[in-house]
Ligand binder design. Structure first.
Ligand SMILES: [Zn+2]
Length: 183
């Protein structure tokens, strides 16, 4: 490098070539990374429940249910009662404590709402009929965040049961509980 800067007359062509090649490969890598980071065209958020019961906080077993356990059950074989998925079906999981966990990357299509997976994100709260205060707070914050990120309106947030009417999921009214003051 010193040779290149200090004595331009003595140009080391091999060095120049390798520097240029390096710059090209860095640029290629960045382009690829950017391409990978391109977000899917998201036009819908679907709210789910895990149907694991509405246990109060402090329950030794149920407080532990989170993305890891759901991922295991979604990836388990059909014979063992699983879903045989490649990964957890949801993009986000909200534990009973209100802790938010990531599931499938947002850039990857989920497996949570038959017929509506391609352009959606799936959020599951651990519970059945009644989210905890912590879960409500976390879901509201998450929804506001995602609405801003993907330029979505309140009308683009739906409960699973509205998209697949034979489902009872989630077991609470998202409009009254989560979206009551959303614009
Ligand atoms: Zn569901």
């Amino acid at each position: 490098m010193k040779r290149l800067i200090g004595k331009m007359k003595v140009v080391d062509f091999d060095l120049v070539v390798s520097l240029l090649a390096g710059a090209v490969s860095v640029r290629d890598k960045l382009m690829k990374k950017r391409k990978r980071a391109v977000v899917r065209n998201i036009n819908l958020i679907v709210i789910h429940c895990t149907a694991t019961g509405d246990y109060p906080l402090g329950h030794l077993y149920f407080d532990r249910i989170g993305a890891k356990q759901i991922r295991q059950s979604h990836m388990a074989s059909l014979e063992s009662g699983g879903r045989n998925f490649d990964d957890i079906g949801y993009h986000f999981v909200v534990r009973r404590t209100g802790l938010l966990e990531r599931g499938r990357p947002e850039s990857v299509q989920g497996a949570h709402c038959y017929g509506s997976n391609e352009k959606s994100l799936g959020i599951a709260y651990v519970g059945t009929m009644k989210p905890t205060d912590g879960q409500i707070e976390t879901m509201r914050l998450l929804l506001r965040d995602l609405m801003q990120k993907y330029h979505l309106t309140k009308d683009q947030i739906k409960p699973h049961c509205e998209l697949n009417p034979h489902k009872l999921c989630p077991g609470f009214d998202i409009y009254k509980t989560l979206l009551w003051d959303f614009k």
